[in-house]
Design a protein around this ligand. Structure first.
Ligand SMILES: O=C(O)CCC(=O)C(=O)O
Ligand SMILES: [Fe+2]
Length: 261
């Protein structure tokens, strides 16, 4: 793992050491304050560039083009909400996705490294986290070309872990609004306000390649703005759950990836 991650900077291989505990502590403090934490230069430049070189031809030939109009919930209707409620306003998403069964190398090695899941669990104050059993959804790499983005949504899992592999020249920014809803309060009026561009608490993040980002995606509305310029935005999305064996439904697999597996 030392060839992929700088373990001197980020001692994930030494759980419970003072350095590991300090890293977990600062990640927890950031999560509590901002709903996210970032570890810059988490993956080394060599494996980053190698991964981009391996995956670029696959994006040209075998990636699924995710292009659809959807609302922030990725659901046709929400019980108790009239179809014309502004929280159900539709937006368009376009990007290309490679699924877990198409991504190997450093990304898969990191995804399946037990010490990485254990570190993430500690930052989130959970007893354990497990990779998904879903051959498609477990770890994805997404590519956004000029004009492409991912529109407003909430994630299925409580936390989302991303690793930017290649930053675009401009655009492709990550915009988010932490704690827009909660388990007990869907806050549809707040959702409508965000979609109308009128939420003063929306924040924007420009990531650098190699940065690990962890955020509370289930109740944090977020989007990726359209990329500008010729350099694609390429990002790995790693999904963990508190129980082993998590899978998407067949309908979700087809909606996100165009196939079931
Ligand atoms: O591309 C990103 O930065 C975010 C990806 C994301 O939100 C998702 O895959 O659910
Ligand atoms: Fe997301």
């Amino acid at each position: 793992m030392q060839s992929i991650i700088d373990l001197d900077l980020y001692p994930l291989d030494r759980p419970e050491s003072p350095e590991w505990q300090a890293l977990v502590g600062s990640a927890r403090a950031d999560l509590a304050r901002d709903g996210m934490f970032n570890l810059a230069d988490f993956v080394r430049q060599g494996p980053l560039q190698q991964t981009v070189a391996e995956l670029t031809p696959k994006f040209a030939t075998e990636a699924f083009t995710h292009k659809r109009r959807h609302n922030i919930y990725f659901r046709k209707s929400i019980e108790g909400l009239p179809p014309d409620h502004p929280a159900l306003q539709e937006v368009e998403t376009v990007n290309r996705t490679l699924c877990g069964d198409q991504v190997g190398g450093a990304i898969r090695a990191l995804y399946e490294w037990p010490a990485f899941a254990a570190f993430l669990a500690a930052t989130m104050d959970k007893p354990a986290l497990y990779p998904m059993a879903d051959p498609l959804a477990s770890h994805n790499v997404m590519c956004y070309r000029e004009g492409e983005g991912l529109n407003w949504h909430f994630d299925r899992s409580e936390f989302t872990v991303t690793l930017l592999l290649q930053a675009p020249d401009a655009g492709g920014e990550f915009e988010y609004r932490s704690d827009l809803r909660s388990e007990s309060d869907p806050n549809y009026d707040g959702v409508a306000r965000l979609l109308q561009g009128a939420d003063p608490e929306m924040r924007r993040l420009r990531l650098n390649a190699g940065t690990l980002n962890v955020f509370r995606g289930k109740n944090t509305a977020h989007r990726v703005t359209p990329v500008k310029g010729g350099r694609d935005r390429i990002i790995a999305v790693l999904t963990y759950y508190e129980r082993p064996g998590a899978r998407f439904t067949t309908e979700e697999q087809i909606g996100f990836y165009g196939r079931a597996a």
